[in-house]
Design a protein around this ligand. Sequence first.
Ligand SMILES: N[C@@H](CCC(=O)N[C@@H](CS)C(=O)NCC(=O)O)C(=O)O
Length: 215
Amino acid sequence: MIMKVYGATLSPMVRKVVVALEMKGLEYELDPVIPFHTPEGFEKISPLKRIPALEDGEVKLADSTIICEYLEDRYPDVALYPTDPVLKAKARWFEEYADTVLMKVTAEGLYFERVVKPLLGMETNEEKVQKNLRDNMPSTLQYMESVMPENGFLLGESLMMADIAIGSNFINAGYAGFDPDAAQYPLFAAYLQRVKAHPAFQLRMKEDAKFINKE
Ligand SMILES: N[C@@H](CCC(=O)N[C@@H](CS)C(=O)NCC(=O)O)C(=O)O
């Protein structure tokens, strides 16, 4: 049975799962469930009614990290987490940072306000966005710049889950009109270009453009 991913792929958390599936070469179908407008009974798959959720035969899972770790354990041929314990711990840290800090700074405080709210017929709170860009974004970008390699990706030569999680959030920041200044954050800006250039991200961004361009 083909795997099913629930969630609109413009969501950074859904994109994480879909890029992981693409990189692992796994077949899947999408059910583009929209946050806050979930179908009846969705809580049976995602108890908090959040996206993404995954159905793999009898297996029903919610939460992007739980789903990606499951995919890694069940379908290990293309590895997206390092096996070395120290590197694996670092990978988990970057993913946790993306799911918590970046989720607040690039998604809730920026993308949600400027892109999702208008789509839901709600008004953008631009004051909140400006406060977020002033109070939270600089320290986030400084941290990102401080951990960036000059070449390759966060944990080596290949794109892995840590990069997918971070890149996915900053793609949404870009859709909301914010990209890191390359003069101020040169390593991070160049890294983001490398992440976005990966075929799995290119594919997703091409799909995203169909919706983003409609707005
Ligand atoms: N930690 C969760 C966060 C999921 C999440 O908050 N998803 C958002 C969309 S990006 C959502 O469904 N929000 C609707 C809600 O909170 O009810 C994950 O990584 O999957």
